[in-house]
Design a protein around this ligand. Structure first.
Ligand code: NAD
Length: 266
């Protein structure tokens, strides 16, 4: 008996990185998964791989910036597998060239990032909740980010949008708890997904390594296992929480790495 046996899960942005890991792990533990992604070819490839390993999955197109597309993905899931018990709102975007500091940031980009990162969580949940009510409950999981909990020099829209996701998670949890619908978030620190590996210069990875409490970087499965836990009934008394999975990067005195260096040299 798998940890999410028989549950039906819709995963947005499921064709790569964190979404792909979560889809794969949930399918291995008995869920039927719908992988919804802008990149439909990769979504279908991911579903085919899961099926070749004995799981149940289907890949579909999703544009999480479009309300109608989100509604279609939810409707497709219910038509395909008869119900919807787990929604992983995972799509999130930023733009390192335009999502800058407050004075210089591009306002169209602000609107786009807010729309994709925050409104897609609202809409996914809005369309899924009636089906979860019918099913006697469900689990909504949102991908936030550690950018929600600290200020930074750039990515103002990304940080603000993810902070909104953290509190929207609480609102959904508060509003639908009596329907046995739980809503939780996961806040990754730097995770070496293929996209992150491609876009991060080695010098930036070294900065993260220096300030992580743990001596290694995070991987997609570190988030996937957390999502699997939140999707399963093992977490049935947890709601409204955002679990920080970030290698201890943000939990200590921020100067500790420099102090350690100082002490080693003293
Ligand atoms: N990787 C990290 O270090 C990190 C850290 C904190 C938070 N996150 C968050 O994790 C989530 C997943 O990130 P990832 O690193 O796995 O990224 P990724 O690029 O590996 O995967 C994201 C997937 O989302 C899809 N996608 C993008 N825009 C879409 C849209 N409008 N509609 C449908 N699909 C769309 C992409 O095609 C891709 O398959 C995001 O919300 C991101 O903000 C990532």
């Amino acid at each position: 008996m798998g940890r999410v046996e028989g549950k039906v899960a819709l995963i947005t942005g499921g064709a790569s990185g964190i979404g792909l890991s979560s889809a794969t792990l949930m399918a291995r533990e008995g869920a039927k998964v719908v992988i919804a992604d802008f990149n439909v070819d990769s979504a279908q490839e991911a579903a085919a791989k899961i099926k070749s390993e004995g799981g149940e999955a289907v890949g579909i197109f999703l544009d999480a910036s479009q309300e109608a597309s989100i509604e279609e993905a939810v409707d497709f899931t219910v038509k395909q597998y008869g119900t919807l018990k787990v929604l992983f709102n995972n799509v999130g975007v930023t733009n390192l060239r335009k999502d800058l500091d407050v004075v210089n940031m591009d306002l169209d980009e602000w609107d786009r990032i807010m729309n994709v990162n925050t409104k897609s969580v609202l809409l996914g949940s809005r369309f899924a909740i009636p089906h979860m009510r019918k099913a006697g409950g469900g689990s909504i999981i949102n991908t936030a980010s550690m950018a929600a909990f600290a200020g930074d020099s750039v990515r103002s829209a990304y940080g603000a949008s993810k902070a909104a996701v953290v509190n929207l998670t609480r609102y959904i949890a508060a509003q639908y708890g009596k329907d046995k619908i739980r809503c939780n978030g996961v806040a990754p620190g730097l995770i070496l997904t293929p996209a992150a590996k491609q876009s991060m210069p080695p010098a930036v990875l070294d900065i993260f390594a220096k300030y992580n409490a743990l001596p290694y970087h995070g991987e997609a499965d570190d988030i996937g296992h957390t999502v699997l836990f939140l999707a399963s009934d093992e977490s049935k008394f947890i709601t409204g929480q955002t679990i920080q999975v970030e290698g201890g990067h943000y939990m200590a005195n921020p100067s500790i790495a420099d102090f350690n260096q100082f002490l080693a040299q003293a």
